[in-house]
Design a protein around this ligand. Structure first.
Ligand SMILES: [Ca+2]
Ligand SMILES: [Ca+2]
Ligand SMILES: [Ca+2]
Length: 131
């Protein structure tokens, strides 16, 4: 039953990820960072943002973000500069450990310190879709 639910959820995800999704599989992205417990912790979410840091200096520059967003097929790459600004919660033109907790709180709808797939999807689509 649980397996069926997971499969059904995955199929459902594929279907609604298609329009304007740019080929990104949100479920797969979520699972990649959530691990076995099926929720994304603050640490795991920071790991996602940190993966844009190509030179590993601890700061994601706008250039690193734009390039990564485009290359990895994330949605609406023409708006990547805008997404960067939105996520730069401590505005200093880089994304780093100062910003990640704030971004996490924006996604954590019920404030319980973990992101479910539903919270992740809801906010991802709100911030990064243009429709
Ligand atoms: Ca960097
Ligand atoms: Ca910042
Ligand atoms: Ca939550």
């Amino acid at each position: 039953m649980r397996t069926f639910a997971v499969i059904a959820l995955a199929l459902f995800g594929c279907v609604i990820a298609q329009p304007g999704g740019g080929g990104l599989n949100l479920d797969r992205l979520f699972n990649q960072y959530a691990g076995n417990d099926q929720v994304i912790s603050q640490t795991e979410f920071a790991r996602f943002w940190r993966h844009f840091d190509d030179d590993g200096d601890g700061d994601v520059t706008k250039q690193e973000f734009d390039r990564g967003w485009r290359q990895e097929g994330f949605p609406n790459p023409q708006n990547a500069p805008l997404f960067f600004l939105e996520m730069d919660r401590v505005p200093d033109e880089v994304l780093n450990n100062l910003d990640y907790p704030h971004i996490f709180h924006l996604f954590d709808e019920n404030g319980n310190g973990e992101l479910t797939l539903r919270e992740f999807r809801y906010n991802w689509e709100a911030y990064f879709s243009d429709n």
